[in-house]
Design a protein around this ligand. Sequence first.
Ligand code: LFR
Length: 487
Amino acid sequence: MATKTSSKKTTTTTYCAAVDLGATSGRVIVGAWSNNRLKLTVAHRFPNTFRTLNGNDYWEIGNLWHEVQDGLKKAAESLPRGKKLASVGVDTWGVDYVLLNETGRLVFPVHAYRDNRTQDSLRHLGNTRAALERVYAATGIPNVFYNTSLQLAEAINACPALADIASRCLFLPDYFNYLLCGTMANELTIASTSQLLDVHSAEWSRPALDYFRVPPTWLAKPVLAGTRLGAVKNMPALAGTKVIAVPGHDTACAYDAMPAAPDGADLFLSSGTWSLVGFESDTPVLGADALNARVANERIGDGRYRPLTNVIGMWLLERTMLDLGPGARPKTPEAWDKLIDDAARLPASKVLIDVTDPALANPPSMKAVIDGQLRKKKAAPPKNVKGYMRLICDSLARGHADAKAAFERMTGREFKRILIVGGGSRSPLLCQSTANAAGVPVVSFNIEGTAVGNIATQLIALRAVKDKATFRKHLSAHLEQKVYQPE
Ligand code: LFR
């Protein structure tokens, strides 16, 4: 009897889930990888916010965990019959952490990084030049109000008993990994946002731990992205699914997804609540100029560097809209497009706001701070939301261009394009203003950058893709991109 052989090639599809938590919204996204192509499906999206209680800001951690579980269940149910999620990875915003005892119980409420509790020590370190330089030389991270270092120092100072009752510090992605699979690990990229990691190695910095009086036993030697942490437990729909440590820092994931040219001449901009302007490097950028330019030498999943400057981002607009009243924030994507379009038709702003002003971090009224800056420069505040949109985009664009110029000065590199991903990449106004201010083309990509970077690490760890360069090559082959030439 002749055997029939099929000429049809069977393709295997690998399914992974990315849990991507942002400060204003979270999502669980399924990535399906087959034939060197990635297809993303949003399984779950939910709003996130911190809550203020008696003057302090806290994340609703139980709520976040509930949404993560809900999202993962939906992700597993969305797969074709008989298919399973091979793995899951978690990324979140930087710096925030939980304190646990050895049985994994929370021993301190989970604070949000916008909390004003670090202001005193921020000022103190800012005014102590020798200490500032020492901490920067040790960690490569500038003095910023949200740093974990300042947050932990404040927590220990306010509650000295913590030194006895806490035994572990996990960053938020580490904590969700622990809840998922029971393994406590500190992952390198998220650890690098803390201002406690040694800038020259993948170890914690003893001088920084000592300066901020953080017990070294709270932190374990960081693991590299791609490490398999265990299997998901207590969730039947995900039985057998692996938990993989992806770059736990959302910005590290977004940078990984950048379809960069291999010549290193692309500057990266991850634009959302924050505008993160930076590049990939084998070495950190240190020294007095870097400290003055607030260069943060955060890490890539493989241990290399992402020197970047954090330019305050669309947070300016989010908060101004709150002040302008309930009707100011567009409710549909179409209404957003119209607002951006209306703002783009206004003349370019003659007077800009200084986006490096620390007063913009978390003021009771963003509009009042912006209007105050303008009045000092003898300029009239905008009359409506489209006026603020124009002013904010033009001012952020100047911040992006200044960061580019500072990096070029410090490194001798020349950046020929700016690649942009994130919410801001969907704003032609922000992209065009940035191209005009920086004098180079801005290339925007229609991708959920953070989720793509998260899934890329999982696929590499699962050996479905060889390495990051290969992933980027496949990704670029099918990407929709828009180029904004400087005018
Ligand atoms: C973006 C981000 C930035 C970090 C800020 C605070 O979501 O992770 O990279 O500086 O949030 O953690």
